[in-house]
Design a protein. Structure first.
Length: 139
């Protein structure tokens, strides 16, 4: 099995680690809803350019049976990002990001329960320690 997903995970981790601090600075003078709109407009433009370069189109998937999952995800993403950006505008990065980061533990639990992924002792301890870490960092 290819381990390319690990490299991509590290790239995502490194890039996303800069998001909250940059947002916090920007939202000192830019409203959070405007920041969500602007940052996602940039993301949409960049992804659109990537799709154009690769010669891919979302059109064949507009009537795909699983498109409703993407619509639900997009809706939840919008709600989550609006709340996250607003929380960053109002509170300290050192508290907001760890609490927000609990999605990692909850997503893991959902994967185990709903997607029948394997729960090992190590994964269980990792989830428990992640929650403990957030509690300790947020106090």
């Amino acid at each position: 099995m290819s381990r390319r997903y690990l490299l991509l995970s590290v790239v995502a981790f490194a890039a996303y680690s800069l998001v909250a601090p940059l947002l916090k600075v920007a939202m000192e003078t830019i409203p959070s809803t405007t920041a969500v709109f602007m940052s996602n407009a940039v993301m949409l433009a960049l992804i659109g350019a990537l799709m154009a370069v690769r010669g891919t189109s979302p059109r064949p998937y507009l009537s795909h049976p699983k498109t409703s999952y993407i619509v639900a995800w997009g809706t939840l993403l919008a709600v989550g990002l609006l709340a996250y950006y607003r929380a960053l505008a109002l509170g300290p990065v050192s508290v907001v990001v760890p609490v927000y980061g609990l999605f990692i533990a909850l997503s893991s639990i959902i994967g185990i329960v709903a997607l029948e992924e394997t729960l090992t002792v190590r994964k269980g301890l990792g989830i428990a320690f992640a929650v403990l870490a957030v509690v300790l960092m947020s106090l």
